[in-house]
Design a protein. Structure first.
Lengths: 628, 652
């Protein structure tokens, strides 16, 4: 047939073809919905002459010249290989998900972070006060035994001593289960008490935690007696606290007795601006600016536009074993993040004005495949026990707590309680201490996989703090300042300067840095690069691929039609009947007449007569061959 | 015939470089011609494919490829202005920054007595009246009348008030109605935290002098804050009236402040310091300010090679009401940066050695169009009142000061004076305080537009400070050290120095690494173009030439065809009308001229090689064919004559 071939046709041919196309347009109505080629050769001929893939056209069309074909084949496959090599490189680059680091300096209004202030003065609940007093007594006795130090327990209620002995033998019993003792550095020998004559360098102090059946014991040893006593004391303290009923009803939240003055941005702080919680070690904690309804914003940097507090820093601990520091603890954190005071606190010295300047820095990572971070923690396999937003610390602590409940059967007191669990307490869980310290060791070695499971959040806000100190109040203003405080806040002047401290927290800069990431290699650039390579080596496009796809589909269709035709002819041959004619052939009737007529024959042929196709076909083909 | 040379040239030009019209006479033919001849993929298939469905699919594919190209290229364009950051750390000899040191107390209290005696008296009286505090331990409550008579006009105009309840009157001289004005009452009564035992609230109110019902009420939950704020307010008024030279004399001299100085292992003295008068902090001294032309640099990091000074903080000479803390304030800044010491200064404690380690970071951002920052601040419509290089802080403060001068008629005390303005004091501007507080409120709420006008600076230097404190002097060295230092200072002070009057300060580079963060364009024009090329190639194997081709065919050629159609129609209509009117047949000559006059027709209608090709062949076809239609023969002629087809048509 005279399939269209525009490449390098003689002019006459081209003209005729144009003519033919005109005709074809007129015959649009006659054109079938979809038309197929009648033979493979025709199909390939059409493809070869109309394809837009460079090289391929040469490959097929120069079939007369073997040498040329071979040459073009080699060239074709070479370029093919080169292109795919390049593609491989591009894909590898894309799937390594490279990122660009972006540095943004934002200067919009700064939302003031939440500020948590703790008294460093654990408050004693009245419900368990008696037991704590008892613990103090035992500690006193222990200190006397081990170090020959007679602690004055002035404030402790000695009159209840006899009553204590009656009421709570259990505590003594439990404390006795885990006594503080000294041991030789190498071999763990129980010492007879009262032997201070031994060279102290050879001794370690600690306590032993045993499993339930006392088979396996864990020696928690410390080189320093101070650490040992503190750790031992807080271990018992936790146990006593855990026995408390769940409702941690506070008798008083003595905000006025702790914070004497509070100003933010030259305005007095509202009562609504703070929330209160109690930390067993850090005492009463007040978080300012934590409620999301009305957050403070700093209009300008500088001390006068920040938070300024006057706090009381007097100690009234019964036995100062839980906290050995005086002052207050400040922590700056983001809203809706729990304040982990032991992680990021800042101690405030009494008698000193501490000015803490902040610089805000935000880090935004690209999630997904770009980096291993999580948007909101929902895809982290650890249940969030805190009621706050996901942070890495929240996750790690939740992870530890969940493991604790699973392994030890009870929950660690300092972390939130998972549903259905209860806090550890050695009246109920005898060996929890042993279990806890074992678990802690495993946790630190990341056997539990907590550090592995917990991913960094994609969006992080950090506050870089730096502090300056000055003496407050100054010698000349001391008088009137203390007088005012005593008038307004019932501050007893006895301890003077050591009883108060001033804290200023403010932004140092009006703007904050955002470290962002953006994908360095996007789909768009990948496609562009692929297109570049493709064009470079083949000069082909996606549409060329579609052409190839069409070729393959056509190939399959023709195979199917031919097979059907052959099958039909076989069927009709076997019973003696009329010889099969092309007109009778269903396949031909369906497909061929509509399609081939305008294509394979010149218009003239259609107009003049309709010869039987088969007779004309070879002629058309031979003509094509000549042209090629 | 003698032709003008110009005409000759144009004729030759026309002959040698003939301007041809579109490739086909009709739009559909033009499209067909384009599709068959273009190098762009897809289009050809639309024409050569057989079957309507196939054709439709190819049209769909081609159009979607075009759409994809447009979309992806738009993405590329949108992401063109992105920047990537590079961080370089280099080790080099770093220039030492300027270090500005101020005493927290601005002026010597003893020499300020003349100016402040009245104010102090008032303050003491207020303390006595409200809190029963008196220095002489004689808590005698004086009568209110006595106060009234002794105080100056201005103190009574803005007195401290004690409110028992907001609804009731204040217990003071004034007992007018306190109308709460929305937005100007800073402290709502319902939410006072620190009320103590009584519900006393201390504050003051600022009223509009012209309209006394317009008042802003300032209340403080803590008496300490109330007294200090009130004191400061009046203090600023008094200070505004004192000329600068006097103030400089009233403040500390370099000899007063600096006891010893050591830099980079060598001794230094007050000549290395430049005086800088700060309105709120008095005389400050800048080390290495660069004013002498040389900027010092350190050869090695570490505290030994930095700046070491011992400051004399005369605590006894402090103003008891203005400042309540003792110490000094320092700020580390660049030589041409203004030290905003009141905002971001670091405080230094007395009787302690403060070590400040510095870590230097330099950042540089790309300016427009990558980000909205300014290189020099010259493009910001705010006059820089500080004679230092631009920064966001400077811009904001200048903007506020300008607004202040515009609306209140005088300048705020804490910021530099614009040309032709003077500082506010209530002798001259009795209304300024109310005006100021209203304006400041507006500023905070971003209603002045300062925050919108002012932009970040593109490059900035930053010294990250790490502070650590040790007790100084130590118990064993205290004796001899204080004796030696007081002997050094001996000429002026005869008493022995107290250790709470001294502060030791060390400022040094922790390391000599400079961290340089700079932004670089992530895309260049070359990359953008090659990405464009990639997209065009990927979807349609198109190139710039293809794009030009498309423009030519789809816009120029198509347009000319359409225009010609319209022209022909119009001409036909015109002729028809003319014929109808005159009743005589139109003359060919007329039309011809018309056609030639038509600028569209002249060049466009020349038959081209391609249109010629479209014409039927001479009758040499071996196959029998139907006789060609009539018009073909005519068009064959037209192809070789120079006549316009339309004129021919009509001429027939």
């Amino acid at each position: 047939g005279e399939s269209v071939k525009m490449g390098k046709m003689p002019e006459g041919e081209k003209t005729r073809q144009c003519k033919q196309e005109e005709q074809q347009q007129k015959d649009e109505q006659q054109e079938g919905l979809i038309e197929f080629y009648s033979s493979y050769q025709e199909l390939f001929q059409f493809f070869c002459s109309n394809t837009t893939i460079h090289g391929a056209i040469r490959l097929v069309c120069s079939k007369k010249n073997k040498m040329k074909t071979a040459f073009w084949s080699v060239l074709f496959f070479l370029t093919f290989g080169l292109m795919y090599w390049q593609f491989g490189i591009l894909y590898r680059e894309y799937f390594s998900y490279p990122v660009n680091l972006n540095l943004n300096l934002n200067s919009d209004r700064l939302t003031f972070p939440a500020v948590t202030l703790c008294t460093l003065n654990p408050y004693r609940y009245s419900a368990i006060r008696k037991k704590l007093d008892e613990l103090d007594q035992i500690t006193h006795q222990t200190l006397l035994d081990l170090y020959d130090y007679n602690m004055s327990l002035a404030r402790s209620d000695w009159s209840t001593l006899s009553m204590r002995k009656r009421s709570s033998r259990s505590l003594l019993h439990h404390v006795r289960r885990h006594p503080l003792r000294r041991q030789k550095r190498d071999n763990l020998v129980n010492l007879p008490e009262n032997s201070p004559s031994v060279d102290k360098n050879d001794w370690k102090i600690g306590f032993v935690l045993c499993s339930e059946n006392n088979k396996d014991c864990f020696h928690q040893a410390y080189s320093s007696g101070v650490d040992a006593v503190r750790e031992w004391y807080s271990f018992h303290y936790i146990n006593i606290l855990a026995q408390m009923p769940d409702a941690k009803a506070l008798d008083e939240s003595d905000f006025e007795n702790f914070i004497y003055a509070c100003r933010f941005n030259e305005a007095t702080c509202d009562k609504a601006n703070y929330t209160h919680f109690h930390h067993p070690l850090y005492g009463n904690c007040y978080t300012f600016n934590d409620n999301s309804s009305s957050l403070w914003t700093s209009s300008l940097p500088g001390i006068s536009n920040g938070l300024s507090l006057v706090v009381r820093t007097e100690q009234n601990d019964f036995i100062p074993l839980l906290s050995t520091v005086t002052g207050a603890r400040v922590m700056v954190h983001d809203q809706n993040e729990p304040a982990f005071m032991d992680d990021g606190g800042f101690n405030v010295r009494p008698g000193i004005e501490t000015s803490i300047s902040m610089r805000k820095e935000m880090t935004v990572r690209l999630g997904g495949s770009y980096s291993d971070c999580t948007e909101d923690g929902s895809d982290v396999p650890v249940q969030n026990l805190y009621s706050s937003r996901y942070t890495e610390q929240v996750c790690i602590r939740s992870c530890f707590q969940l493991n604790m409940v699973e392994r030890c059967g009870c929950a660690y007191y300092f972390y939130p309680l998972p549903a259905g669990a209860e806090y550890c307490d050695y009246t109920k869980h005898v060996a929890w201490g042993y279990c806890y310290y074992k678990l802690l060791a495993e946790f630190k070695a990341d056997v539990l996989g907590c550090f592995h499971k917990c991913r960094k959040p994609c969006k992080m806000t950090q506050y870089q703090l730096s502090a300056g100190y000055s003496r407050w109040p100054s010698a000349v203003s001391e008088d009137w300042v203390f007088y005012m405080l005593s008038q307004q806040n019932k501050y007893n002047i006895t301890s003077k300067r050591n009883g108060v401290a001033k804290v200023n927290i403010f932004f140092e800069e009006w703007n904050y840095k955002t470290n962002g990431e953006s994908p360095a290699f996007t789909v768009v650039t990948l496609l562009s690069q692929l297109g570049n390579q493709w064009s470079l080596w083949f000069g082909s496009s996606v549409l060329s691929v579609m052409e190839l796809a069409e070729l393959i589909l056509d190939f399959i269709a023709i195979t199917f039609i031919l097979a059907l035709r052959w099958f039909r002819s076989r069927q009709q041959l076997s019973p003696p009947g009329p010889p099969p004619s092309s007109h009778d052939n269903t396949a031909f009737q369906d497909e061929v007449p509509g399609l081939s007529a305008p294509h394979r024959f010149t218009v003239e042929a259609v107009v003049t007569m309709l010869p039987s196709y088969n007779s004309l076909e070879p002629r058309g083909l031979s003509r094509d061959g000549e042209v090629g | 015939a003698a032709m003008a040379p110009g005409k000759k040239i144009t004729a030759r030009l026309k002959r040698t470089l003939p301007v041809k019209g579109p490739q086909a006479p009709t739009l559909s033919e033009l499209m067909r011609w384009y599709c068959l001849n273009t190098n762009t993929h897809g289009c050809r298939r639309i024409v050569v494919s057989r079957g309507r469905l196939r054709r439709f699919l190819w049209i769909l594919l081609t159009l979607s490829a075009v759409g994809l190209i447009l979309w992806q290229c738009a993405e590329l364009l949108m992401n063109y202005y992105s920047a990537s950051v590079s961080v370089t750390v280099q080790f080099q000899k770093l220039p030492f920054p300027a270090v500005t040191i101020c005493n927290i107390n601005p002026y010597k209290y003893s020499s300020m007595k003349d100016y402040l005696s009245e104010l102090d008296k008032e303050t003491k009286k207020a303390l006595e009246t409200f809190y029963g505090f008196s220095e002489g331990k004689s808590k005698v409550r004086r009568s209110v009348d006595e106060w009234n008579s002794s105080g100056s006009d201005f103190f009574t105009q803005i007195p401290l008030l004690k409110f028992e309840d907001f609804s009731k009157t204040a217990t003071d001289l004034r007992s007018g109605q306190k109308r709460k004005i929305e937005g100007s009452v800073f402290h709502k009564d319902s939410s006072i935290v620190n009320s103590g035992d009584s519900n006393d609230i201390i504050g003051f109110q600022l009223c509009d002098a012209n309209n006394s019902s317009e008042c802003a009420l300032y209340t403080f939950s803590s008496g300490v804050n109330a007294i200090q704020e009130w004191y400061k307010l009046h203090y600023m008024n008094i200070m505004a009236q004192i000329p600068l030279e006097t103030k400089e004399k009233l403040s500390y001299s370099a000899d007063d402040l600096l006891l010893t100085c050591f830099f980079d292992g060598l001794s230094c003295d007050k000549r290395h310091f430049t005086r800088f008068h700060h309105p709120l902090h008095g005389n400050c001294y800048t080390f290495n300010s660069g004013e002498s032309g040389t900027i010092l640099s350190t050869s090695t990091g570490g505290s030994e090679y930095g700046l070491q000074v011992v400051l004399y903080i005369d605590e006894a000479d402090y103003n008891p009401f203005l400042v309540t803390s003792t110490g000094a304030k320092i700020i580390v800044h660049d030589q041409d940066e203004y030290p905003f010491i009141e905002d971001i200064g670091t405080e230094i404690e007395t009787a302690a050695a403060t070590s400040i380690g510095m870590h230097f970071t330099r950042s540089r951002k790309l300016s427009k169009p990558y980000s909205d920052c300014t290189e020099t601040g010259a493009d910001i419509p705010v006059e820089n009142l500080y004679n230092k290089s631009y920064s966001l802080q400077i811009c904001l403060h200048s903007c506020f000061q300008k607004a202040m001068v515009d609306s209140c008629g005088c300048a705020q005390y804490a910021q530099p004076l614009p040309a032709g303005a003077e500082y506010c004091n209530y002798k001259k501007n009795p209304n300024w305080m109310y005006c100021y507080y209203r304006l400041h409120e507006k500023f905070v709420k971003e209603q002045l537009g300062c925050q919108q006008i002012c932009k970040d600076a593109c490059s900035f230097k930053e010294w990250a400070l790490t502070t650590s404190i040790a007790q100084w002097p130590s118990a064993v060295s205290e004796d001899w050290m204080l004796r030696v230092l007081s002997w050094d200072k001996g000429q002026k002070i005869n008493k022995k120095l107290n250790k709470t009057d001294l502060a030791n300060l060390m400022v040094f580079y922790k390391d000599l690494n400079e961290r340089f963060i700079s932004e670089n364009p992530a895309n260049t024009l070359v990359i953008l173009l090659s990405n464009f090329g990639g997209q065009l190639g990927l979807w349609m194997s198109c190139s710039v030439v293809c794009v030009i081709e498309i423009v030519e065919v789809f816009f120029i050629d198509s347009l000319s065809i359409v225009m010609r159609r319209q022209w022909q129609k119009a001409k036909k209509w015109w002729n028809g009308r003319k014929r109808d009117r005159s009743g005589k047949p139109p003359q060919a000559g007329d039309l011809e001229r018309q056609g030639h006059d038509n600028p569209v027709c002249i060049d466009e209608d020349l038959p081209t090689f391609n249109t010629a090709l479209r014409l039927p062949l001479p009758q040499d076809s071996p196959l029998p064919r139907t006789p060609p239609p009539n018009y073909s023969t005519l068009r064959l002629e037209a192809a070789f004559t120079e006549q316009l087809p339309d004129t021919l048509e009509v001429g027939q």
